[in-house]
Design a protein around this ligand. Structure first.
Ligand code: MN
Length: 131
């Protein structure tokens, strides 16, 4: 089963996103801060991180840059979710190292398609790494 790390500070959003991912068949680990998320991403194996951009303390884009800087999580796919999808945000999010993003309120059909797409890409790499 694919494991997803969900970093979201808002408890209601965290449960909603987590429930959608679990119903889609994923194992989900939920944390409320970037610092907890970074520590977990480095100490455990995940296939994807769903990263809220607006977090208190270390924000989601700073967290993604930190993940990209670590050899352990350098290639771990990160899907950003943001409440402020404005002009220039896509460039900012992708420049931080995120592999894609979804705007809140989340359209779950498109969101889950993007999750599946990013997991598929990582699966190819895993297969290559194992052989
Ligand atoms: Mn937030």
């Amino acid at each position: 089963m694919k494991r997803i790390l969900l970093v979201e500070d808002n408890a209601a959003n965290r449960k909603l996103i987590g429930d959608h991912l679990r119903r889609a068949g994923y194992e989900v680990r939920e944390v409320e801060s970037a610092d907890l998320g970074i520590a977990l991403a480095i100490s455990e194996r995940f296939d994807l991180v769903v990263m809220d951009v607006q977090l208190p303390g270390t924000d989601g884009l700073t967290a993604t840059r930190l993940l990209r800087a670590s050899p352990v999580t350098r290639t771990l796919p990160v899907l950003a979710v943001t409440a402020h999808a404005m002009r220039g945000d896509e460039e900012r999010i992708l420049a931080a190292g995120c592999n894609g993003y979804a705007a809140k309120p989340i359209a779950y059909k498109e969101f889950l398609a993007l999750v599946s797409q990013l997991l598929g890409a990582s699966g190819v790499n895993e297969t290559r790494g194992d052989s």
